[in-house]
Design a protein around this ligand. Structure first.
Ligand SMILES: NC(=[NH2+])NCCC[C@H](N)C(=O)O
Length: 403
């Protein structure tokens, strides 16, 4: 049955969230592939799973419904049309060539839904295909994958994001992540819980990643543009959200094109209706271009020159000021804790958030500012450079009021 889902802010009481419990795809990381697969180390998979279970338990303990990506993908694969579509998405890889493609197709055909879901997420290693032959298979290095693994599925935030009652299936920028959205796209179109959900964005459009999208308040969306989301992605999202009445203001926020600041949510997340935790090195320099609908037929955009991000955000929200809680205490600690996702909190309700325990100073700052912090361990999870916000895609959150 279609359930109504709605998210128009970052901090209202969290109802339902989409997570991905890390699985065999993390066990594919090796020193030779971890860079291209966007991990800074080789995580200990069992411990990462324990940490993730603790994260999910903390959310459930606060009344949040947790959906797991693997369950949804498995359920969707029980439907012939979805199964054909997802299989085709893998087989269309031009690197396979016709001989190997036919062999992989036969291999996938034999799998039940759960095993196929596992292969779509964890990939297919050279020795896992028992009957390989032909030029491509023979020349493949034994360390290579016939189907690439998707270790960054852990970061469900990036491959889909809700804007009001619509889902945006994003367009991921890095080759290592591109295939993730075939899974979220299939879920939102085929899964009985979501089928019929209007989609405000689809893969294949200009690059846009969920980690760059912050729903600052009803009708106000901040979009970071940098290493991942491109200005053209922000433009497309703005145009579509205005046309559908999902937003009245989009703030386009340039961020440094670096690994440490790959997404806007690595430097700033909301912890109250009018408060953010933010990297002090950027709080003063971050700027925003304000975009509103033009006067015309809804296709036109009005662009206002850049202002300090905090000023533009407060104006768009119609409040005097956004309170800022600094990461860390001193510049060195702030830099360390920003890197370890100290800014990347997930709010469960206003003034109640989940954060990595290791960011001791940032968490203390949050508490001094009246924010309750639920600490989770993330020594292994963090090796992919993502915190509680990156690891969660809210699909239902209560609206908030600013008055
Ligand atoms: N929303 C986020 N900050 N996501 C973090 C994603 C980390 C992932 N390893 C990547 O590089 O894509």
């Amino acid at each position: 049955m279609l359930v109504n889902h709605y998210v128009d802010n970052e901090v209202g009481r969290l109802g339902t969230v989409l997570l991905h419990r890390p699985g065999r795809e993390l066990a594919r990381l090796t020193p030779r592939n971890n860079d291209s697969l966007l991990f800074d180390g080789i995580p200990w998979v069992g411990r990462a799973q324990e940490e993730h279970d603790q994260f999910a338990a903390a959310l459930r303990g606060h009344g949040v419904e947790v959906l797991y990506l693997a369950d949804l993908v498995t359920e969707v694969l029980g439907m012939p049309a979805a199964r054909a579509e997802l299989t085709e998405a893998v087989l269309s890889d031009v690197r396979l060539g016709d001989t190997l493609r036919a062999e992989v197709a036969a291999h996938l055909d034999d799998l039940d839904a759960a095993s196929l879901a596992d292969v779509l997420m964890a990939g297919l290693a050279h020795e896992e295909l028992r009957t390989g032959s032909g030029i491509v298979y023979s020349l493949l290095d034994r360390h290579d994958f016939i189907i690439d693994p998707l270790p960054n599925l852990l970061f469900t935030r990036d491959s889909s994001v809700w804007v009001g009652g619509e889902a945006a299936v994003t367009s991921l920028a890095m080759p290592a992540r591109g295939r993730e959205t075939t899974l979220t796209h299939a879920i939102y179109r085929h899964h009985p819980r979501f089928a019929g959900t209007p989609l405000v964005y689809e893969p294949g459009l200009e690059h846009l990643e969920g980690g760059d999208v912050l729903l600052l308040g009803s009708g106000v969306i901040a979009v970071g543009v940098g290493e991942r989301t491109r200005p053209a992605g922000a433009e497309r999202l703005a145009r579509r959200c205005f046309a559908r009445g999902l937003a009245h203001t989009v703030l386009v926020v340039p961020i440094a094109q670096e690994r440490a600041t790959m997404h806007l949510d690595t430097v700033c997340t909301m912890v109250d209706v009018d408060a953010v935790v933010m990297y002090p090195n950027m709080a003063d320099t971050l700027e925003a271009w304000t975009v509103t609908p033009g006067d015309g037929d809804g296709e036109e955009l009005r662009l206002f020159p850049p202002e300090p991000f905090l000023t533009a955000a407060a104006k768009a929200l119609g409040i005097d000021t956004l309170r800022v809680i600094d990461t860390g205490l001193d510049p060195v600690t702030a830099e360390r804790e920003q890197w370890d996702d100290g800014n990347n909190t997930l709010a469960i309700a206003p003034r109640l958030c989940v954060a990595y325990e290791r960011n001791v100073e940032t968490n203390a700052q949050l508490e001094r500012a009246g924010i309750e912090v639920i600490r989770i361990s993330g020594s292994e999870l963090g090796s992919g450079r993502g915190g509680p916000r990156c690891m969660s895609a809210p699909v239902n959150r209560a609206p908030i009021s600013l008055s």
